[in-house]
Design a protein around this ligand. Structure first.
Ligand code: HEC
Length: 138
């Protein structure tokens, strides 16, 4: 009887081990994805479209946007009012090292649990808020 129990234990142990292996792999892959930079995640076409968007939006229109209040209304929920928070995997914006174009792409197209703001915010609002992140870094 004891041997029987022992065998059951061994079988359980083996199945527990094999089950945990794929879980580990998933975790690793997820970490790899998280550590890749924004550049690698947007296509060349998308980044080109962002370039066009930035050069075709007049500076006075961008300057007319109240970037701070736009940020607080649309972004603070996940990123914190000062860019200090990380809700649902959001990046700490006061520490971000992304370029302006990468930020505009991130806001325009969204990524992960961050929804795209294309359509919700006007182009000049997206650019103004992307610039405003530089204020958070100070
Ligand atoms: C629903 C929550 C949510 C809201 C609202 C949100 N974000 Fe995000 N944001 C995220 C998440 C999650 C990520 C990380 C995405 C990823 O890399 O998978 C992120 C990443 C970013 C990044 C990239 C930072 C880096 O270092 O890679 C920028 C820039 C950014 N957000 C700006 C904004 C701005 C500006 C707004 C408002 C217009 C905003 N976000 C609104 C959740 C949100």
């Amino acid at each position: 009887m004891r041997i029987f129990m022992f065998l059951i234990f061994i079988t359980w142990l083996l199945s527990a081990c094999t089950e945990s292996t794929p879980q580990k792999q998933v975790k690793l892959t997820k970490k790899n994805i998280e550590s890749t930079s924004v550049e690698e995640e947007f296509s060349v076409d998308q980044l080109r479209a962002i370039d066009d968007l930035m050069s075709s939006t007049p500076t006075d229109k961008i300057n007319a946007v109240n970037a701070e209040s736009t940020y607080k209304t649309y972004c603070g929920l996940c990123h914190g009012q000062k860019g200090e928070m990380s809700i649902n995997g959001a990046k700490i914006l006061m520490d971000t090292n992304t370029s302006l174009a990468e930020r505009v792409a991130q806001i325009y197209y969204g990524k992960g649990t961050m929804t795209p703001f294309k359509g919700t915010l006007k182009d000049e609002q997206i650019i103004a808020v992307a610039q405003y992140i530089d204020e958070l870094k100070k």
